[in-house]
Structure formats: structure tokens, C-alpha cells
Design a protein around this ligand. Structure first.
Ligand SMILES: [Zn+2]
Length: 115
């Protein structure tokens, strides 16, 4: 193991005789260090899962593409009244006309059609 050799070399440079007991002590030391690395990695992963900022807050609605029939998520803009726009299908790349009205953050009259 490279780490074990490095530690043994440092000890030898400082005048320490490398005995089987020293080698076992180095092995124990390396095992403790590696355990700490592992637990820190698990903690970081858990924080990522629980982090609420990972969630996408933008509202979407699933539609069927009027050209190819593929189900697609359409991002909704809930900030203003009448919405009328073109969004290209992610699958067939043809334009879809998206129309809807927004009242108090609620979508009504949603229509998705080929243009
Ligand atoms: Zn399509």
C-alpha cells in the first residue's frame, strides 16, 4: 500500500526502526483515516438529498405533442394573465402553440396545438 510505505519512510527518516508492531500501528492508523473519509462522504450525500434548494419550483404541465403524440412537460408562466406562445417539441422539434389564461396563479383554458 502506497500510504503505508510513505508513513514507514517518514518514520524511518526520523530514526524510528520499522518493526512488525510499527507496521500494525500504521495499518490501524490508515483504517481509522479511511473510516473517517467514508463517514464524511455519507454525510455529504445525505445533505444533498435533503437540500430543499435542489427542488425545481417552476410549475409544469404534461401535454401530448399534437405532432408526434409524445408526452412533454411544458413550463408554465403564472405571473400574468393571457399566455400565448410557441414551444418546440423536444422529441420531433416541431412547434407547439401553447395558450392558457392565469388567474390568481391558477391555469385555465389550457390548449396545446400544432401551429
Ligand atoms: Zn413532437
Amino acid at each position: 500500500m502506497d500510504l503505508e510505505d510513505s508513513i514507514a519512510a517518514v518514520l524511518a527518516q526520523r530514526g524510528c526502526r520499522i518493526t512488525p508492531e510499527i507496521i500494525r500501528a500504521i495499518d490501524t492508523f490508515i483504517a481509522v483515516v479511511e473510516d473517517n473519509f467514508d463517514s464524511r462522504g455519507r454525510d455529504r450525500d445525505a445533505e444533498d438529498v435533503d437540500d430543499p434548494t435542489d427542488q425545481d419550483p417552476s410549475p409544469t404541465r404534461m401535454i401530448d405533442c399534437p405532432h408526434c403524440g409524445e408526452r412533454l412537460p411544458i413550463a408554465l408562466d403564472l405571473t400574468s394573465g393571457e399566455q400565448d406562445g410557441i414551444q418546440d417539441c423536444e422529441v420531433c422539434c416541431r412547434p407547439i402553440r401553447i395558450r392558457y389564461a392565469v388567474e390568481d396563479g391558477h391555469v385555465s383554458g389550457f390548449r396545446a396545438e400544432g401551429s
